[in-house]
Design a protein around this ligand. Structure first.
Ligand SMILES: [Zn+2]
Length: 379
């Protein structure tokens, strides 16, 4: 395959990147966006087209020009394929994607042993199952709920009871494929930023609910990160003074109000039997008073958290995701009420974008980490 990103630099790289994220784009549009003269754009784009990295595609219907119709430039999404894997405490979820993070295959394998060597063996098996059925794999991305350093080492992952595991090298040794490691919320936010609901937005926030509570923020087209991001800093925001207690002793914090284990625990106490998350939501929908109250309180807390994020960081949009995101559908009324109560009445309407929140979405985020390292180079 001639379409290599590796030697690209400067404006050539900027052209390829803009077409990948925002394409197809006409040469005129590209020269405007990148502040290049039409002549420079034509000169720089020609070798990218000749190398097969960019192709000319048919213009959309209605794009009529006087004289010769211009053919916009695009990438070939299937020119490269990536594998993304999301690790939880008990399973590895994998997807294969194109260069534009479109899912082409998925697989799930249980983790029966959390020892890093055993988990790496499962990852290698998952990669081989996904790769065997399809095209060549360019790189692998792995995301975990926890802290990752240098795209290579899991410094802490509480769900796996890991500390300082050199995961990227261990997986590369088994698969022979370049591998990067990233915090799961950072990876998911990048996926929304480049290829999802946040595409083209300068400023947006991502909130996830599931096993934990996650928060990602993009400002000025760049994600705000810190070595502390993997700690899940939004996990203990006080939201309800009457709420239940989290493991750290906070009453009504975001972990106590919004995580799936907390909601299951509250319902199991009230109903005096084990109840799983989806059943709590089903019971709330069908009018059960205890489940209804727990879910309404969770919705109220989520509305307050969204309002806090919106008031402090002024996003154009808040993306809601995570494996527990069904809460948003069931408790939408309480979310909207709490959001309105905590926002200035003159504040502009906040657009909430609800994503599927499946494990495949988390795994797709991991694939985007691999895609970004491939097209941007290691940083
Ligand atoms: Zn807490």
């Amino acid at each position: 395959m001639a379409s290599s990103w590796t030697p690209l630099s400067g404006p050539s790289h900027a052209i390829a990147l803009d077409v990948l994220i925002n394409g197809p784009l006409s040469r005129a549009e590209l020269s405007r966006r990148l502040d290049l003269s039409a002549a420079s754009l034509t000169r720089l784009a020609r070798p990218l087209v000749e190398a097969g990295l960019l192709i000319e595609v048919d213009p959309h219907n209605g794009d009529t020009h006087i004289g010769r119709p211009e053919r916009p430039l695009d990438v070939v999404p299937t020119s490269h394929h990536f594998i993304g894997i999301k690790l939880t405490g008990d399973a590895a979820y994998g997807v294969m994607t194109t260069l534009r993070a479109e899912e082409v295959a998925s697989e799930r394998m249980p983790l029966t042993d959390r020892d890093p060597q055993a988990v790496c063996a499962v990852i290698a098996e998952l990669v081989s199952r996904l790769a065997d059925s399809g095209p060549a794999v360019t790189a692998v991305g792995i995301s975990v709920g926890g802290q990752a350093a240098d795209h290579a080492v899991v410094t802490a992952a509480p769900f796996l009871h890991w500390a300082d595991v050199p995961l990227a090298v261990m997986v590369e040794d088994l698969t022979g494929l370049p591998t990067v490691v990233e915090n799961d919320v950072i990876a998911l936010t990048q996926a929304e930023h480049w290829f999802g609901a946040g595409r083209g937005l300068g400023r947006f926030a991502v909130l996830t609910v599931g096993a934990g509570v996650g928060y990602g923020l993009v400002v000025g087209g760049h994600q705000i990160t810190s070595p502390d991001a993997g700690l899940g800093l939004v996990g203990h925001v006080p939201l309800d003074p009457m709420g239940p207690m989290c493991f750290a002793g906070h009453r009504g914090c975001s972990t106590a109000m919004l995580t799936m284990p907390s909601i299951e625990a509250a319902a199991s106490v009230a109903l005096r039997r084990p109840v799983d998350y989806d059943e709590v939501l089903d019971l709330a929908v069908s009018g059960d008073p205890a489940a209804g109250r727990i879910v309404a309180d969770a919705g109220h807390a989520l509305g307050r958290l969204i309002a806090l994020a919106a008031n402090l960081t002024m996003p154009e949009q808040v993306v809601l995701s995570g494996e527990g995101v069904r809460l948003v559908d069931v408790a939408r009324e309480q979310i909207d009420e709490a959001l309105a109560a905590d926002r200035d009445p003159h504040a502009s309407h906040l657009h909430l974008e609800v994503r599927p929140g499946t494990f495949a979405q988390w795994a797709r985020g991991a694939a985007v980490s691999a895609i970004q390292t491939f097209v941007l180079g290691p940083d």
